[in-house]
Design a protein around this ligand. Structure first.
Ligand code: UD1
Ligand code: CA
Length: 455
């Protein structure tokens, strides 16, 4: 018996005023469609068919070979959308099919699994996933009867009594797959909108003396969707708070949450404190007892324990325990900052390794380079890694002292314990324990300025 899912993702989102399908709008950095697909996957439903419509090629591009897709050429209603997946449904009708909206991102594993359990226990043909809303305006209302439900009444078709019902259709359903195939064949567009309503399957099931039920989710947020940018902002706000709450439970500290955006999948160790304006993206992992922020971006990074990361940005970097970064540091991809290193004001590091306990305190560019441990890199040091055509590497050994304003013209290699004099341009390799100094004689012309001023 296979359980599978059909996700409706044909919407355009005209009110968003953008040229992408609505389910690709992002909540905390991930398309809404991703939230829905990953909820299915977390509930062990891997066989997924996405119904695309508006700019379907962008949906294909996003899902790749993770899901199958089918095209709904014309937007003729939710029932018509599911009909497009007929081939997918008929391939294996032994189990159940979950139908979901691709623009309601907060459907969760528990709701999916618990509703399936109820669906199977009650031997339902269809189980509507519902929730209770204080303001049910606009949603299909659930008509409960003894032993199940008798139908779903859309807002525009509801009478005054029905409009008072607060239990609404989330737009998600479990169907016995074999029955869904039959129901879809019986759907008509015999209504004012001339649309094929998926909700009509309830009446069809009952007419065929099959049982229709409802599973009321305790999480009313599963219904939340976005029709406008304002709605999308609300979804982001909601998700942001939800994720911060999870980290609070895990022992992470926040004194305030202003401007803190933490994507799903980010890990933060106990005792770490996150300060305002911190953005944590793409499965960044942070160890214990770190101090992160204020005003930081960490994107796809791994941080050890006890790292201080203050008003800086890093992308694709590994920062080991006890390192101290910031303020105003930019660490770019493929960099490794080893334990206890200190990197401070206005330093940029790219595709480089900085050894443990090395200090780079101010105004430095390190690109395509390897620096050993316990070295000191003076202010204004630049690795000259690009000759206009290709990039080359520099290396600096352990216990070195690079004087201020040293240029290292790559490729060049300095041994351990090397000193460079301030202002030196290094064009040759330097052996261990040597001093490299490149100076022309300093000339002083006394009284020069006075003569000039007289003129
Ligand atoms: C539908 C339900 C309503 C429920 C609500 C929950 C019907 C008739 N009504 O309302 O009971 O409370 O969802 O949000 O089903 N879609 C397509 N192709 C279409 C039409 C819709 O792919 O031809 C997709 C939309 O992009 C969206 C989903 O189906 O993801 C729901 O469509 P929408 O128009 O928002 O649903 P409603 O009719 O408002
Ligand atoms: Ca010089």
């Amino acid at each position: 018996m296979t359980n599978k899912a059909v996700i409706l993702a044909g919407g355009q989102g005209k009110r968003m005023k953008a040229d992408i399908p609505k389910p690709l709008f992002r909540v905390l950095g991930e398309p809404m469609l991703e939230w829905v697909i990953s909820a299915c996957e977390s509930a062990d439903i891997g066989d997924i068919c996405v119904v695309k419509g508006f700019r379907g090629e962008l949906i294909d591009e996003y899902v790749g070979d993770r899901c199958r897709t089918v095209m709904q050429e014309e937007r003729l209603g939710t029932g018509h959308a599911v009909m497009q997946a007929m081939e997918f449904l008929e391939e294996d009708t032994s189990g159940n099919t979950l139908v979901l909206c691709g623009d309601a991102p907060f459907i969760d594993k528990k709701t999916i699994s618990d509703s399936l359990m109820l669906h199977i226990q009650n031997e339902n043909s269809v189980t509507v996933i519902t929730a209770e809303l204080e303001n049910p305006q606009g949603y299909g209302r659930i008509i409960r009867v003894k032993g199940g439900i008798s139908g779903i009444v859309e807002q525009k078709d509801a009478n005054e009594e029905q409009k008072k019902i607060k239990e609404v259709n989330s737009g998600a359903y479990w169907f016995r797959t074999a029955d869904l195939v039959e129901f879809l064949k019986n759907l008509t567009n015999d209504n004012a909108q001339k649309e094929y309503y998926l909700t009509d399957t309830i009446a069809i099931a009952i007419a065929q003396e099959k049982s229709a039920g409802a599973y009321k989710s305790s999480n009313a947020d599963i219904i939340k969707g976005a029709n406008s940018r304002k709605d999308l902002l609300e979804l982001n706000e909601y998700a942001r708070k939800m994720i911060i709450e999870q980290h609070l439970e895990n022992g992470v500290s926040f004194t305030c949450t202003d401007g803190i955006v933490i994507e799903r999948g980010v890990e933060i160790g106990e005792g770490t404190e996150v300060l305002m304006g911190t953005v944590l993206k793409n499965r960044t992992k942070i160890g214990r007892n770190c101090l992160i922020g204020p005003y930081c971006i960490l994107d796809e990074c791994v941080l050890g324990d006890g790292v201080v990361f203050n008003t800086s940005q890093a992308c694709g970097a590994k920062i080991e325990s006890g390192a101290e970064i910031g303020p105003y540091v930019h660490i770019r991809p493929d960099s490794v900052i080893k334990s206890g290193a200190k990197i401070n004001d206005f330093v940029e590091i790219k595709n480089s390794t900085v050894g443990s306990n090395t200090a780079i305190a101010h105004l430095v560019y390190i690109g395509d380079s390897d620096i050993g441990k316990k070295s000191n890199i003076g202010a204004g040091t630049v690795t000259v890694n690009f000759d206009g055509i290709s990039k080359s590497r520099c290396s600096i050994g352990d216990y070195s002292f690079i004087g201020s304003n040293t240029n290292l013209i790559a490729p060049v290699s300095l041994g351990k314990g090397v000193y460079t004099a301030a202002g030196t341009t290094i064009t040759k390799d330097v052996p261990d324990y040597a001093l490299a100094i490149e100076r022309s004689e300093l000339k002083i012309k006394e009284g020069y300025t006075l003569k000039k001023l007289k003129k």
